[in-house]
Design a protein around this ligand. Sequence first.
Ligand code: 3PG
Length: 306
Amino acid sequence: MKILVATEKPFAAAAVNGIREICQAAGHEVALLEKYSSKEQLLEAVADADALIVRSDKVTQEVIDAAKRLKIVVRAGAGYDNIALDACTEHGITAMNTPGQNSNAVAELAVAMMIYMSRNCFTPGTGSEISGKRLGIQAYGNVGRLVAAKAKALGMEVTAFDPFVPAEKMREDGVTPAETVEEMYAGCNFISLHIPATPETRGSIGYDLLSRMPQGGCLVNTARKEVINEAELEKALTDRTDLKYVTDIAADCQAELNEKFGKRVFATPKKMGAETAEANVNAGLAAARQIVDFFATGCTRFKVNK
Ligand code: 3PG
């Protein structure tokens, strides 16, 4: 089988080598399309692929239609909002993710972002410490749990809101479950977002929640830009001159935010939450193993489409 690794943002070399080894040992062929700059390149490369490994690359209906031999696509990472799941289902293609494999890298970045914003973006001036501050985790999944553990080790008080996780599980981790998301925003100096981009969450973080935050509150987004209502974020930052926003996924209006709010906002130039050698290896090799298993045994353990 031909396995295409298509990554606009390439994996570390160690991950690419590991993917090759796993796939070739099982008798498969690996093709690499890295740093491509046009959709056409992906459409051409995918035409004769039996399997596809991607990161945040957009696997649209058009890509799926062009992939005449495709049987499986694996998103090497957690969020699969970049994959046209219905198109996969329609063509009998299995779509998977690799949950948990890059979570630690993202969690470390969330903690780093809190410190960066507390220390005036590492520019001169008196900052503050995160120890003793209250952190609210929105969605207590793989990344949220790791952020909670790291924040607790750094002396923060941690609360979490997640309607899909039992309160008891949070308490076992020394995390206080919030009854409502509004209550969590009202009580926390920092909110760290770990919700996926879904029809329910898109645009769900806006003025009402942000304006509940205490003086100096900071929203940390290592999740997706789509969950933010950008117009309302801008209004909240305008009305509340103490609020801060730090993100790993620049807002569409980021240039305007930077100009208007200076050091109260910060966006990484390119999404870097999962940009560690460790996360690349973990997610990339997991994707390769899942594909090898799928072809060898039909295993669909991490399937995310119907
Ligand atoms: C994920 O959903 O796994 C993260 O957002 C990482 O995305 P990336 O592979 O584009 O860095």
